[in-house]
Write a protein of this length. Structure first.
Length: 289
């Protein structure tokens, strides 16, 4: 069973299910008389040989005068500073918040993931950061490269074409979504990650397969459904509230003529609380290409 929290974490960065396959990732459009806005879901970690371009996507990118992604201030210096500010706690060791059994699980997970510094490094982290670290580390070891993430590739292509790349949020906002969760919620996220240490790579590969096939129902099951049911506060914070805010930004962009391409994590474009559904609540028509 997919971890309740890890699925959306993989999507906030990213067993196959049957469903309708469209043979390429989903692409949507919102239009008015003089504005076109494309919506495209991304995964933040990909195998290096993953093919995901298709003609309608390339035409949309060529048509667009600007690209919007979740964040652009994700350079190493800024991210390191934010992690030190919001993710580290040198005075309250993480193991002090866990049972002895959970502490042994933490040590095993650190060893399996080859976390630099081992469990001693995790012990200085707040629960949310330890959970995120244990989620990402085994994926990168399995050859899923953050540098090959769809958002990174889109940014590089648009910058090469001389087109501006803008952000819907800041890196600090994204980190605060996690860091400002109540400690009990952070610990629930960590415990869920520890229970499913051995499944991280399998889960992400299933998400990538569903994304490549444009299977939104599978994406919703993989990334959203369990969290909505079992961790509704976390679901509301990480997905619903952000989609509501982004929908308002899209509506504002419709007031400016031209074409814009928006790329956000695929979880935000799947399920009943998706960005498309939030736009429909605001009276906008959204069509799939």
């Amino acid at each position: 069973m997919l971890s309740r929290c890890r699925a959306l974490l993989i999507g906030f960065l990213l067993a196959l299910f049957a469903g309708p396959a469209l043979a390429h990732p989903g692409l949507w459009v919102v239009r008015d008389a003089d504005t076109t806005i494309y919506l495209f879901g991304t995964v933040h970690l990909l195998p290096q040989d993953t093919a995901w371009h298709f003609p309608a996507l390339d035409a949309a990118l060529a048509d667009s005068q600007a690209l919007y992604v979740e964040i652009v201030d994700d350079d190493q210096a800024n991210m390191t500073a934010l992690v030190l500010r919001y993710g580290m706690d040198m005075t309250h060791p993480l193991t002090g918040l866990l049972t002895p059994f959970e502490g042994s699980r933490l040590e095993r997970a650190a060893r399996l993931a080859n976390v630099p510094g081992g469990v001693a490094s995790l012990n200085m982290m707040r629960p949310w950061l330890a959970a995120l670290t244990l989620t990402v580390a085994p994926l990168t070891q399995a050859g899923l490269d953050p540098a090959q993430g769809v958002d990174k590739q889109l940014r590089a292509a648009m910058e090469k074409a001389g087109k501006p790349v803008r952000a819907l949020e800041t890196a600090e906002q994204q980190i605060r979504f996690l860091a400002q969760m109540p400690q009990a919620m952070q610990l629930a996220m960590l415990r869920s990650t520890l229970r499913d240490t051995d499944r991280a790579t399998v889960d992400l590969k299933a998400i990538i397969e569903a994304w490549k096939n444009g299977d939104d129902e599978a994406l919703a099951r993989l990334e959203n459904d369990l969290m909505r049911r079992d961790e509704p506060q976390l679901y509301q914070r990480l997905l619903v509230e952000r989609n509501e805010a982004w929908a308002k930004q899209v509506v504002a962009l419709l007031q400016q003529p031209g074409a814009v391409f928006i790329a956000v994590g695929a979880a935000h474009l799947a399920g009943p609380d998706s960005l498309q559904q939030q736009l429909k609540k605001l009276g906008e028509d959204v069509d799939r290409l």
